[in-house]
Design a protein around this ligand. Structure first.
Ligand SMILES: [Zn+2]
Length: 318
């Protein structure tokens, strides 16, 4: 009996394509068109584990039964898929770290409210010695929330430099930067630039997800409430818009405040997705910034092909 072919859902299709960076899991070539193959040759078995992305050549090979030579057996296909997806995960999360983007890049905005909660939820911790040092000095409480020691009511814009002694601000910042790097490598955030189409974003991104975007963002002054200033941040392309607000007191110093996070600036943002909605045919992504890296260069190398419409990655598999 021939098995009935069932349509693979969009959600599954885009997930498969994203997880292998649109690259054949066997030969890793990016020249031939990619297709989805059923590992057990049953076209009605559309579970994630039974599907693999192959190029047209390898797909032919998988359907060929050689008597004497090795063709792509079920076991081999599963092995190729597992290793390749793992490799893409590592490469893409590593690409998001400031140190991989440029020598002078670093997380110069850190959301001190959200990061400790997220780390706790997924079971990650701050570096113990640094944490205890800062706790003893009363720079943080036991939840790693900063205890700001200086009031700066006379200044329009304040950063953590204005709220802490310089040395304490640096130590706090370093501890959080390391924790954010660990978080990125642990969760492997979805790279929005790689799925920059309404249909893919709708299928792959959910409220509560942590995503990463590196591109030009616009920064605008926002009204000041209770001496708290914030920046409105947005980026639009192809009828998709990312929107968020950043509290300026979480910015690390004046050069980031007046330089990197003002006007139009090329930066990396790690963000928590709050809402995805359609407004006048435009897809709006409302997010909360968790960390923003400045000093980044356009030589960003991701295994994913960026699709913002202004840059493609120059990465090739080795
Ligand atoms: Zn191939």
């Amino acid at each position: 009996m021939t098995k009935q072919r069932k349509t693979i859902s969009q959600n599954l299709k885009y997930k498969l394509f994203y997880n292998c960076a649109r690259t054949c899991c066997v030969c890793k070539c990016q020249k031939n068109p990619i297709q989805i193959h059923h590992i057990d040759n049953n076209p009605s078995n559309n579970i994630y584990e039974n599907l693999i992305v192959l190029c047209s050549n390898c797909h032919d090979e998988a359907h060929t039964d050689h008597k004497l030579t090795n063709n792509l057996t079920t076991k081999e296909l599963i092995h190729h898929k597992t290793l390749w997806e793992e490799n893409i995960k590592k490469l893409s999360s590593h690409a998001m770290l400031p140190i991989s983007i440029s020598n002078c890049a670093m997380w110069t905005f850190i959301n001190y409210e959200k990061i400790p909660r997220i780390l706790k939820n997924i079971g990650l911790e701050f570096e113990k010695i640094e944490f205890n040092n800062l706790l003893l000095k009363n720079v943080i409480d036991k939840n790693a929330t900063p205890i700001f020691q200086k009031a700066s009511d006379d200044k329009k814009y304040i950063t953590i430099y204005d709220r802490l002694e310089w040395d304490n601000a640096t130590k706090l910042h370093n501890m959080y930067m390391d924790a954010i790097d660990n978080l990125v490598e642990y969760i492997n955030p979805l790279e929005l630039g790689a799925i920059w189409s309404k249909i893919e974003i709708k299928n792959l991104v959910n409220t509560g997800d942590i995503c990463f975007a590196i591109r030009g963002f616009h920064f605008k002054e926002n009204e000041i409430k209770n001496n708290k200033a914030s920046r409105y941040i947005y980026a639009t392309s192809k009828n998709i818009e990312i929107r968020m607000y950043a509290n300026t007191q979480y910015i690390y110093g004046d050069s980031a405040l007046y330089g990197h996070f003002s006007g139009h600036s090329f930066i990396g943002i790690l963000m928590l997705i709050k809402e995805i909605k359609t407004e006048n045919n435009k897809l709006i992504i409302n997010a909360t910034p968790l960390a923003m890296s400045s000093g980044v260069s356009t030589s960003y190398k991701s295994p994913h092909q960026l699709k913002y419409g202004w840059k493609t990655s120059v990465w090739s598999p080795t």
